[in-house]
Design a protein around this ligand. Structure first.
Ligand code: SAM
Length: 287
């Protein structure tokens, strides 16, 4: 079944009495070149298990199943289960799991689904879930080599911005801490049914074996990063003081110990500077 053909997709969905849910970010891919490119980019191959979040009608799932040893696909919308049963019936290496990827124990799922296999994540993510799901995947330190996902174009630029670059935000700093991100290719809005109001891009996060910088306390490091970006227009001294509720003099002293100018703004800081700053403040707080 050619799921990339909008007429085929429409008639499949109408046969199942399915209506798109905007709330669940249901924009299904109908560009035949995108799924094979994503499947190749994520490293789907014999010996590799791929976790997909949100298979929809299974168009990307099929491209993954043709290449990978096994695909485990987590879908929240139960109305799609009978559709997936039909569209993926030719594949014996696909397991569709009904549930919410945000609520699931993904570490246990990977252990159960892919014993002895290398693992990767590949998905066309619902827009509303982009940052929370990526933060969950990364902070859990799942045993996956890479995360290849379709996201909104602006989100792709932000997520892949290196610390020290203008577009960088708290999420990009967190992404760089756990992974090496890069934008792979753009995907126009016309590649989806229904057509969204924005363009997309596929990004690849190559997961680091260990985080990019060493810090005394990871949770505190992220609090410091968030505090600095919390008040983007403010200097780090002011942002830290209000974000962490510490006196300005404490923030200024920590900045000096970390070798960061008091007047610097968050987007100018490198990951090493954030780490030095967090460690300097952590010492002060626990003293
Ligand atoms: N992979 C399909 C494609 O490329 O055509 C569908 C992608 S669509 C952008 C996002 C999919 O994620 C939908 O099928 C939606 O129902 C599903 N979804 C939304 N929230 C989810 C969640 N929390 N857990 C799992 N799946 C979810």
């Amino acid at each position: 079944m050619d799921l990339s053909n909008p007429q085929v997709l429409k008639s499949l969905l109408s046969r199942h009495g399915f209506h798109f849910s905007h709330k669940l970010g249901q924009n299904f891919l109908v560009n035949p070149t995108v799924c094979p490119r994503m499947a190749e980019a994520c490293g789907a191959a014999p010996g590799v298990g791929v976790l997909e979040i949100g298979p929809g009608v299974g168009v990307l799932t099929a491209a993954l199943a043709e290449r990978a040893e096994k695909v485990a696909a987590v879908e929240l919308d139960r109305r799609l289960l009978p559709v997936l049963e039909e569209t993926l019936s030719a594949f014996s290496n696909v397991h569709v799991i009904s549930g919410d990827a945000m609520e699931m124990d993904l570490k246990a799922l990977l252990r159960e689904e892919f014993p002895g296999l290398r693992a990767a994540v590949c998905a066309n993510l619902p827009y509303y879930l982009t940052s929370p799901i990526l933060m969950k995947l990364l902070s859990l330190r799942l045993p996956v080599e890479s995360i290849t996902v379709m996201v909104q174009k602006e989100a792709a630029e932000r997520l892949c911005a290196a610390p020290g670059q203008r577009a960088c935000g708290a999420v990009s700093a967190a992404v760089s801490y756990y992974a090496e991100p890069r934008v792979l290719f753009p995907v126009g809005r016309g590649s989806f049914l229904p057509q969204p109001n924005v363009d997309s891009a596929v990004i690849s996060l190559r997961v680091r074996e260990k985080p990019a910088v060493a810090v005394k306390d990871e949770a505190f490091f992220f609090r410091v990063v968030k505090a600095c970006f919390g008040k983007r227009r403010k200097t780090c001294e002011n942002a830290l003081s209000s974000g962490l509720s510490v006196p300005k003099a404490v923030a200024a002293a920590a900045l000096e110990r970390a070798g960061v100018p008091k007047t610097a703004r968050a987007e100018a800081l490198t990951l090493s500077q954030f780490a030095a700053l967090a460690d300097a403040l952590y010492g002060v707080q626990s003293a």
